[in-house]
Design a protein around this ligand. Structure first.
Ligand code: ATP
Length: 604
């Protein structure tokens, strides 16, 4: 049980990390840095580069029988591996690279049949590579480089092996047939032969073999005319493809422009007032394509009487009249109404949200909006001002020029796309988590109520900020607001009563979205999306395969553990029962830890 796991971990700490592991027995082991639990057992222990030193005793980690991931890479651990590690039958990932482990590669490793990743590189292991590793039929990664292994490489036949390296050992002989598709840099620093390393002495090249299946040059020489035909044909096909591509791009460009969230300025400039705001002409719809009649005199008089209410002590650089004169462009239509980008005559840009169906009584509205306006945090989109009348409610926010995380992740997946790096993704996760943590810190019942990727907006320097805070409570989300469906915690039946733990659930979905690149159910207009928590868990249940991650993250091999941990955090946040989910403060602490460890890895 968990208490037993905790005691074993403390013994482990006493032996190899007494002064470096800040584990506190007054809290659950699941809260200790590096420890992850599931179903009340420790399932992963990740202590990369933590200053651990010495030999791991028996009866410590070996007792963690539910362990799936053990990462002790880049420490100063030495001696043989404890033999009771053989009892960790659930182990999938074993990262021990960069230590001083010695002795033979233990035979028991071959009995850990769940292993998917095994990394023993950069240690002092000696002896031969055991043939019994062939029992590990799920193995996808086998890294053994920079040890003192000797003898020939055995006939390894691992159907799922993708990553393989035995460089810089003392191996000899030839590369076994089933490993000949691996690149030459899997076998560096030794005098091996065969496969990618060239022919072994006495070996005949398959191409030179008289009955070789591959066509060899001399027998099938092409005539000059045939070659010319092929060249001309290829060029013609290429040109046709180019024309098709060009036509497709043009078509897509046109369609995209109509749909785009970050729409181009409309051809005919429309003032905010012209969409019917304040003077009551409009229907809260999309900006008309052509300029509509100038506002009527009564409307102007109304506007003159009414004023914007500003928050904060900064200079009030515009008034309602300036705002109504600003040129407007629809950014999108959301749950609460339509949002416009307004460019004031001074060139200042703001986002104006025109609330739909906001028939909250004035007093209550003002109280709630004052509370929203008083929120001040670097990871929240600041509410600058608001306007309230019986028929019209406007909220004026800072304009976020880089748009939303949703459009960044799912918009423009074509060739012109700039991939979202691991660093940007983690910093967005960090910023969003801090924004939500701040909201939760304002009162024990305070929540955002509508966390999703279209409500995470980015500043010009790609810093993320949470938007729409407080609106779910101000206006009340309609149960039919489907775009939030994929983010909604299972226990939420009344969308006005959203708890902090429901925000954690939505944030978990957002994390999974960031890592997989997939949109949750109904998050995108006209697209299906997937039930992300269920999908991730089904893939992960099979194996921690890289398939679950966004293709754009696959090049960040060095931080694959951090990625897996962030994914696990997303899974934990989307636990079915609210009290099994972490708090936002715990989430923030975990992401901070992962960010630190990513930076350390990148320095290695
Ligand atoms: N302050 C802002 N700066 C820049 N763009 C914004 C701003 N606020 C909203 N947007 C953009 O306007 C679009 C519409 O936003 P809006 O908040 O009205 O709807 P939503 O986020 O799609 O859904 P919901 O209303 O449920 O939050 C969003 O896609 C977002 O990118």
């Amino acid at each position: 049980d968990l208490a037993g796991d905790g005691a074993d971990l403390m013994t482990f700490r006493g032996a190899v990390g007494r002064f470096v592991l800040p584990w506190n027995t007054s809290v659950s082991p699941c809260m200790w840095p590096g420890v992850t639990c599931a179903s009340n057992r420790v399932v992963s222990l990740r202590l990369p580069g933590s200053g651990l030193i010495g030999q791991i005793p028996e009866g410590t980690i070996g007792n963690l029988s539910n362990l799936q991931t053990l990462s002790l890479r880049f420490n100063a651990l030495s001696g043989p591996l404890p033999s009771d590690l053989a009892r960790c039958k659930e182990l999938r990932n074993l990262y021990l690279q960069g230590n001083r482990f010695s002795g033979e590669i233990p035979a028991f490793l071959s009995s850990l049949s769940s292993l998917v990743r095994l990394n023993l590189a950069e240690n002092n292991f000696s002896g031969v590579i055991p043939l019994a590793l062939n029992n590990l039929t799920r193995l996808g990664t086998l890294y053994l480089e920079s040890n003192h292994l000797s003898g020939e490489i055995p006939e390894l036949d691992l159907p799922n092996l993708v990553q393989f390296n035995v460089s810089f050992n003392r191996l000899n002989g030839s590369v076994p047939s089933k490993l000949r598709d691996k690149p030459a840099n899997s076998f560096l620093g030794m005098s091996l032969c065969g496969g990618p390393l060239g022919l072994c002495p006495g070996e005949i090249s398959p191409a030179a073999a008289p009955t070789g299946a591959l066509p060899s040059g001399s027998g099938s020489k092409l005539s000059g005319a045939a070659i010319a035909g092929i060249v001309i044909g290829t060029i013609a096909v290429f040109l046709i493809l180019l024309v098709i591509l060009f036509l497709l791009c043009r078509k897509k460009g046109k369609a995209g422009a109509a749909k785009s969230v970050e729409a181009k300025p409309p051809e005919v400039e429309v003032a905010l007032r012209d969409v019917g705001i304040v003077d009551g002409f409009g229907t809260n719809g999309v900006a008309p394509a052509t300029k509509v009649a100038a506002s009527s005199a009564p409307a102007a008089a109304l506007a003159a009487k009414k004023q914007l209410a500003f928050f904060g002590n900064g200079p009030k650089v515009y008034d309602l009249e300036d705002l109504l004169r600003a040129s407007a462009e629809v950014l999108g239509k959301g749950t609460f109404g339509t949002t416009y980008k307004a460019v004031l005559e001074t060139g200042m840009m703001v986002a104006v949200k025109r609330l739909r169906d906001a028939n909250t009584p004035e007093k209550e509205f003002r109280e709630k909006i004052d509370a929203i306006g008083a929120m001040n945090h670097p990871n929240l989109v600041p509410l600058q001002a608001y306007y309230h009348s019986k028929d019209e409610k406007l909220l004026v926010y800072d304009y976020m020029p880089m748009g939303s995380l949703s459009s960044l992740l799912h918009g423009n997946r074509g060739s012109g796309r700039t991939p979202l790096s691991w660093e940007i993704r983690t910093s967005i996760a960090m910023a969003a988590a801090r924004g939500i943590e701040y909201i939760h810190s304002t009162s024990p019942t305070a929540s955002h109520g509508n966390i999703k990727s279209s409500n995470i907006l980015l500043t010009s320097s790609s810093e993320a900020r949470v938007s729409d805070h407080g609106l779910a409570h101000l206006v009340g989300l309609s149960a039919t607001s489907n775009r939030a469906a994929g983010y909604r915690a299972p226990e939420v039946t009344d969308t006005r009563r959203v708890s902090q733990k429901a925000d954690v659930y939505s944030f978990g979905v957002l994390l999974l979205e960031l890592l997989t690149g997939k949109a949750p159910a109904q998050a995108l207009l006209n697209e299906e999306g997937v039930d992300l928590p269920r999908w991730v868990q089904s893939v992960v249940h099979e194996e921690w395969t890289s398939e679950v991650f966004d293709m754009e993250l696959l090049r960040y091999q060095s931080v694959e553990e951090e990625m897996a941990e962030l994914l696990q955090l997303g899974v934990n946040c989307t636990a079915q029962y609210p009290d099994q989910r972490p708090t936002m403060s715990m989430v923030v602490a975990k992401i901070e830890e992962l960010q630190r460890s990513s930076v350390e890895v990148s320095k290695e």
